[in-house]
Design a binder for this molecule. Structure first.
Ligand code: IPM
Ligand code: MG
Length: 358
């Protein structure tokens, strides 16, 4: 198979982790006799520096002409005081919107080797942790109109709109039900229906849509309670579905249960067209360029890319197994090092995974 992907390394640690992920992709392709065709495009701060905008049209075109997109990270202090209309993050939000990537799949899986790196008590994490957060990605407060600043009673005020149309809720809930059907068939929808109108519609449409999947056991939880339950007893969850902002927050929380945000990959998918794969962590400017970053979230994003965009299950599993064996041998980047095993840098971690494939 020819695997045609667009690379968007972006800012901070983005280029370093993408370099290692591409090495893993190339080794996997060679091992399974696939060919890889890559092109690289600008996004985020590096795009602002080069061409004055975070999402150049050429980048959208490069993504659209590929089968899948692999992204590193965007943003950094250098662009913190820039005009908000062209912040690096606008590049990421813009490409999600441009490609229609309404569903963000964020699996939080605890590798048994990393139980000690989890921030939870061992007796809680030992019950296992394998949660899939399905986050709506192109709606809600992130994109809702109207938005902006105004003057109310003589002082500045700012506002965003958390808005969802029925069709937006239906399609993400359907996606979550399909995923639940392939797992334990348990789906928990997270909302704030005791306060927000938008959540009341969310809940109503979720109940109606999930009824199309009689085997799926649907439950509902308020987002504040969900934040608490994720820490108290994460093993009660299988698939979570929630709106954009709640999903942003809960997926970072879930990542800490697994030891490090440096471990978690994600897939962003639309109804058709190329999907986008990226680690859920950010650009970590404090460690950028120092060979300290954990490339595993991006490497695991490559695994998701092969599975979801190309249906290459054996190849995806080969990468996951390689990661697991490297962890089992005791190798750790700084973020998952808790005093045991061997601490390694970003490039060395990449090499270890490359060597463990095949
Ligand atoms: C994420 C990030 C982004 C988001 C930022 C960088 C715009 O936090 O992918 O979770 O809020 O969606
Ligand atoms: Mg986030």
């Amino acid at each position: 198979m020819n695997i045609k992907i667009c690379l968007l390394p972006g800012d901070g640690i983005g280029p370093e982790i993408i370099t290692q992920a591409v090495r893993v992709l190339e080794k996997t392709a060679t091992h399974f006799t696939h060919t890889i065709e890559t092109q690289t495009a600008l996004i985020g701060g590096v795009a602002i520096d080069a061409v004055g905008e975070p999402l150049p049209k050429a980048t959208i075109a490069a993504c659209q002409s590929s089968d899948a997109v692999l992204l590193g990270a965007v943003g950094g202090p250098k662009w913190d005081n820039i005009d908000p209309a062209i912040r690096p993050e606008k590049g990421l939000l813009g490409i999600r919107k441009a490609l229609g990537l309404f569903a963000n799949l964020r699996p939080a899986v605890l590798f048994p080797e990393l139980v000690k790196a989890s921030y939870l008590r061992p007796d809680i994490v030992r019950q296992g942790l394998d949660i899939m957060v399905v986050r709506e990605l192109t709606g809600g407060a992130y994109f809702g109109e109207p938005r902006g600043e105004t003057i109310i009673n003589g002082e500045r005020a700012a506002f965003n709109t958390m808005i969802y149309a029925e069709s937006e809720i239906e399609r993400i809930v359907r996606m979550a039900c399909e995923i639940a059907m392939k797992r334990s068939k348990r789906l928990c929808s997270v909302d704030k229906a005791n306060v927000l109108d938008v959540s009341r519609l969310w809940r109503e449409v979720t109940i109606r849509t999930a009824a199309e999947y009689p085997d799926v056991q649907l439950s509902h939880m308020y987002v504040d309670n969900a934040a608490m339950q994720l820490i108290r007893d994460p093993s009660q969850f299988d698939v979570l579905v929630t709106e954009n902002l709640f999903g942003d927050i809960l997926s970072d929380e879930a990542s800490m249960l697994t030891g490090s945000i440096g471990m978690l990959p994600s897939a962003s998918m639309g109804a058709d067209g190329p999907a986008l794969f990226e680690p859920i962590h950010g650009s970590a400017p404090d460690i950028a360029g120092q060979d300290k970053a954990n490339p595993l979230a991006t490497i695991l994003s490559v695994s998701m890319l092969l599975r979801y965009s190309f249906g290459l299950e054996a190849e995806a599993l080969a990468i996951e197994k390689a990661v697991q064996s490297v962890l089992a041998q005791g190798y750790r980047t700084g973020d998952i090092y808790v005093g045991e095993g061997t601490q390694v840098g970003c490039a060395a971690m990449g090499s270890l995974v490359v060597d463990a494939i095949g």
